[in-house]
Ligand binder design. Structure first.
Ligand SMILES: C[S@@+](CC[C@H](N)C(=O)[O-])C[C@H]1O[C@@H](n2cnc3c(N)ncnc32)[C@H](O)[C@@H]1O
Length: 378
């Protein structure tokens, strides 16, 4: 019998963290951090990052402890409440117990859905969907995978270097990396590193990008010199990856500040990206706005208010609008960083069919959760 209720409890014990968070001063700081996160749940991650930067009373070691605890509480709050926590301080104390190996053996299982929802601190309908898709064994592995802080991936800028040379250059700067399987560009960064401070980064040899996005770009029919319209380019993660493979990328987005960031990144990478009104192209990419449910391991606060309903109509509209710009015999690629089926099944436009599709799961592929489908006219 799979123990879903405890499936997301970290397997590595951290007694030193438990000891640290029981100090009243640290506990107050954790409560203040949680207050900051709850103040505007949709912006919890950037707000917390700012709060940590500004909070000068925390030294770097304490900052790490407080950050681990705040993210731990966000991940495990439902389980800690079920284990009896009745106040902010008790939430911290129960989390400390968990870091020392307490698995709350006094708690009984209820239903598989409720247990998974509690384990992951997510809404019941989403737990139900993942349980249906993955079966209890897969759901337990998934729960374990998304409640751990993931490794950072970087993308080699093939316009400037290759992966082996980048590994060597980073190694000289004290950053150890290892090749990510099934990719020519992706590297996993071992341990913590201040990547932005490296001369390899300043020289445009790499970008920080999860391997899921790199695998998606690898799956696109990109020809050197071929035109691509990136309709939801944002700050340009995929645009830059496609340009590095030789595509002539035309980027659009409704957020002009994101496009300004894209221009800065393109300059560093030595890439030319055309920021323009949409026009006909043989490959059109819709990297759609979504719940971000595939990114829970990097952004634990996304679980607050997690829903597959918010972006559905925009996703459908974007796909319909994109068809207008796909050249005859061209391909339309739709992608999300979501693991929710409704977000990953926008209506297929009339006269079109799906050529291929792929879902990446953190516990299977070791990436953020990601989905893509390629479509063409019949
Ligand atoms: C998942 S993000 C894109 C990430 C980006 N492609 C990358 O790789 O870094 C989705 C983007 O869609 C944009 N967006 C939302 N609605 C849009 C619309 N109606 N038309 C164009 N872009 C839209 C958002 O501003 C956001 O930048």
């Amino acid at each position: 019998m799979i123990d879903l209720l405890r499936s997301a409890i970290p397997l590595d014990l951290r007694p030193e963290l438990a000891e640290a968070v029981r100090r009243p001063w640290i506990m107050n700081q954790i409560n203040a951090g949680m207050g900051e996160a709850r103040r505007a749940p949709d912006y919890a991650t950037p707000n917390l990052a700012r709060w940590f930067r500004k909070n000068r009373s925390l030294g770097s070691r304490d900052r790490r402890v407080v950050a681990e605890a705040v993210h731990g509480l966000i991940r495990h709050e439902a389980l800690l409440l079920r284990a009896g926590a009745r106040s902010p301080d008790e939430l911290v104390l129960r989390w400390a117990d968990m870091m020392e190996g307490d698995r709350f053996d006094h708690l009984d299982a209820t239903s598989p859905t409720e247990d998974l929802a509690t384990a992951l601190n997510i809404p019941g309908p989403i737990a139900q969907e993942w349980l249906n898709t993955l079966e209890p064994e897969g759901a337990a592995e998934f729960a374990q995978a998304i409640n751990r802080r993931p490794a950072v991936h970087i993308r080699t800028n093939l316009q400037r270097t290759d992966r082996a040379d980048l590994m060597a250059a980073l190694s000289v700067e004290g950053v150890t990396t290892s090749p990510f399987p099934d990719s020519d560009t992706a590297l996993t960064v071992e341990g913590r590193a201040n990547l932005q401070a490296t001369s390899a980064f300043r020289g445009g040899l790499f970008e920080v990008q999860d391997a899921s996005s790199q695998l998606f770009v690898d799956a696109l029919p990109i020809r050197s010199g071929g035109h691509v319209l990136d309709l939801c380019a944002g700050a340009g993660g995929k645009s830059l990856a496609m340009a590095a493979l030789g595509a002539k990328v035309h980027a659009t987005d409704i957020r002009s500040n994101a496009l300004a960031e894209l221009e800065k990144r393109a300059a560093r990478a030595g890439a030319t990206i055309d920021i323009a009104q949409p026009s006909l192209a043989p490959l059109v990419v819709v990297d759609a706005p979504c719940s971000g449910s595939g990114r829970l391991r990097r952004n634990p606060a996304l679980r607050w208010g997690l829903s597959d309903a918010v972006h559905l109509s925009t996703q459908a509209e974007l796909v319909a609008a994109a068809t207008e710009f796909v050249a005859p015999d061209g391909v339309l690629a739709y992608a999300t960083c979501s693991l929710l089926s409704r977000e990953n099944s926008p209506p297929t436009p009339k006269g079109w069919h799906i050529i291929s599709e792929q879902t990446l799961w953190p516990h299977v592929h070791n990436t953020d959760g990601f989905y893509w489908r390629l479509m063409a006219r019949r």
